[in-house]
Design a protein around this ligand. Sequence first.
Ligand SMILES: *Cc1c(COP(=O)(O)O)cnc(C)c1O
Length: 463
Amino acid sequence: MSRSAHPAGPRHADVWPEGHYSAPPADLNALDPKVWAQTVTRTDAGEVSVGGIGVAALAEEFGTPAYFVDETDFRARARAWRTAFGNDADVFYAGKAFLSRAIVRWLHEEGLNLDVCSGGELTTALSAGMPADRIAFHGNNKSTDEITQAIESGVGRIVLDSFQEIVRVAHIAQSLGKRQRVQIRVTVGVEAHTHEFIATAHEDQKFGIALADGQAAEAVRRALTLDGLELIGIHSHIGSQIFDMAGFEVAARRVVALLAAVRDEHGVELPEIDLGGGLGIAYTSDDDPREPHEIAKALGEIVTRECEAAKLRTPRISVEPGRAIVGPTAFTLYEVGTIKPLEGLRTYVSVDGGMSDNIRTALYDAEYSVALVSRTSDAEPMLVRVVGKHCESGDIVVKDAFLPSDLAPGDLIAVPATGAYCRSMASNYNHALRPPVVAVRDGEARVIVRRETEEDLLRLDVG
Ligand SMILES: *Cc1c(COP(=O)(O)O)cnc(C)c1O
């Protein structure tokens, strides 16, 4: 979301240069619980802690940059989704947001299912004991090997993404002597981003099969005739970081219309509909995400209403939140390096990581917050841009934010809400060593993904 479009209009425009911020927060030492993980607090001494452990001790033991996941918060969020959707619906955590074996175990224990979209993610999930029938396999270009691996391991569903794949999956299943449960991913003509959505007839993107021009109906027709497939439902995923439920409403209405058409043509009522993920989280204090129970209620009502109108039995609903579960549960801890004030503009604060551990700012113009966490400060706010150490001027972690003006090299700063799409999109640019992920809970911290080493780099480089 761009705060330059904030309904309150640009404030302090006469004082501060143009940017994406609104105004300095009243208290730079405050930690907004909306953007920080549940157990993050500031101790009396002014240091920030998570799971009862101070950031200085964490930096000392695990180094910086590093991601710290609040396990208590992760489990609470997973459970909140599970509880909100109850027994008549399924919650699939979207593994691409962040996946590791510890995460898979937490999900398993909390009763969630799992979406994967590659052989690597599937292997990770299976190796951590996620039952295959609770895994859904996604992707717009699954390889023959991946399809074979998925069917052989017995995944609960494969989400078919193209006409070619319908035939391919059917063929591989049949040659393995199996009948694979599948859904068909349709594009419903809804483009949803943050606070807006656009409903169109066509979507110009690579995923799914269009509802438009009867294409999805044709896909259903073909899938129903193939012995290797058991068609269990229709899948739709409309976007990411969405706050407005109206996009889901349009999507659900269009999917239910397809279910009704399928019933009319084939006499079959498909038993499931998957409405995808994409629910937004607070990256800054300006974002107001919905709670899982509100989302469950809204989606349930929409689907029930549409099905009643179409005289269909209400199908079993599934959802696929990734960001909304893991995003808010982690922060990235950095050490401040070079500080460069640019007169009349802003101060550039360089940290020991950057676009290699958080590509989202460069890739999507994403907004983040940042705080000084190793101590408090009463100094005046200064407008900063937090940048990394990579050879790229677009190497920005936080585009515009305020930090105390006495910030100094060696201070620790943290960027909250980096649990989703940061470690999972991390790169080795400039031969950076990808940071570890450390889980913290009840006074204990343990590495769940270790830091890369130079040896790791050299092992891949066979010379
Ligand atoms: C990316 C994706 C998700 C998860 O999206 P979030 O924004 O992380 O909730 C769910 N389903 C599908 C099919 C996806 O591609």
